[in-house]
Design a protein around this ligand. Structure first.
Ligand SMILES: [Zn+2]
Ligand SMILES: [Zn+2]
Length: 313
């Protein structure tokens, strides 16, 4: 099996919404920028510079990418119209659920969780991570209650093609941003890892299943499976050396993935994505929504507030 990443006419490969979404949002600084926009209403370059500690050239690059992707838009400052600020578009605002799921996962599954922003439902006062519900039937949903339908021809393109982004914050820059999303980056900070974790959430277990779904080299696959195991997202059942399954920590990433996939369909409404998630008990294609654990009410950005964590000692 030797599938070329290019179509027969030699043109550029069609955009894969899931791959493009992982490329754009699977990035520490991008998530930090969105987080500051949601938590403290940050819109200005200097505020972001101060709050993320990112080098200004890297920050400029990332803000430009987010403008190009339609997540932020430049808007003239009322007082000095020759300068501008960056405000969330509707598409940008709909990354809110992804951030909420990432923060919730970090609070529950990582040592630094206590320093992540906290979700508070205004109506009932409940504080803490939300759960995922099916918007069609209103029931709570986890990876166990869903079937993932994949286009065999389309899924592999998740990992083909050149990555758009080339700049990264190096660890020596030691900005706060660098630490903030460390744990989740193991799962979404790389196309391969993102695709493997997604497949595991879809029920893939065996080495060969991952390999045939992704058209990945055995060396790369072994490397990513090892990394995901070290990160305690996957584990090997005792007595099996070619099988991997999600740990509870890995399964808890379900919310992050379903909202990433939903967002990819919003960002690329005219492109059919490579996979659909079906809620087994009601039969609907899953439109995920967040639900308050305290009172079971649906939670959206207008019904909840995000409180920033206390300052780290
Ligand atoms: Zn349902
Ligand atoms: Zn509530």
């Amino acid at each position: 099996m030797n599938r070329s990443p290019l179509p027969p006419d030699g043109g550029s490969p069609a955009v894969n919404p899931v791959a493009a979404t992982l490329d754009l949002l699977g990035d520490r600084l991008t998530l930090a920028l969105l987080g500051h926009a949601f938590v403290s209403g940050t819109t200005r370059f200097n505020q972001w510079l101060e709050r993320t500690g990112a080098p200004s050239s890297v920050l400029t690059d990332r803000l430009n990418s987010l403008v190009d992707a339609g997540v932020l838009q430049r808007s003239p400052l009322p007082t000095t119209p020759e300068r501008h600020e960056y405000v969330l578009t509707d598409l940008g605002a709909s990354t809110w659920q992804i951030l909420v799921c990432i923060w919730g996962w970090q609070r529950e599954w990582t040592p630094e969780g206590a320093w992540q922003p906290d979700l508070v439902h205004a109506a009932c006062g409940h504080r803490g991570p939300a759960v995922v519900m099916c918007d069609a039937c209103g029931r709570t949903v986890t990876g166990h209650d869903t079937d993932i339908e994949m286009d065999a021809e389309a899924i592999w393109t998740v990992t083909s093609g050149a990555r758009r982004r080339s700049t990264r914050i190096r660890s020596r820059d030691s900005s706060r941003t660098d630490m903030q999303f460390n744990a989740v980056m193991e799962a979404i900070g790389d196309r391969w890892s993102g695709a493997i974790t997604g497949l595991a959430l879809a029920g893939a277990r065996r080495f060969g299943e991952f390999r045939s779904a992704l058209d990945i080299s055995p060396t790369t696959l072994t490397d990513r499976l090892t990394r995901l195991s070290t990160a305690q997202i996957l584990e090997r059942p005792a007595g099996s050396d070619r099988e991997y399954r999600l740990t509870p920590r890995g399964r808890a990433l379900f919310g992050v993935f379903v909202f990433l996939i939903r967002w990819s369909t919003q960002a690329y409404p005219d492109v059919r994505g490579p996979l659909r998630i079906r809620h087994r008990s009601c039969g609907a294609i899953l439109t995920p929504a967040l639900q308050c654990r305290g009172c079971d009410a649906p939670l959206d950005r207008t019904a909840a507030r995000i409180e920033s964590a206390p300052a780290q000692p």
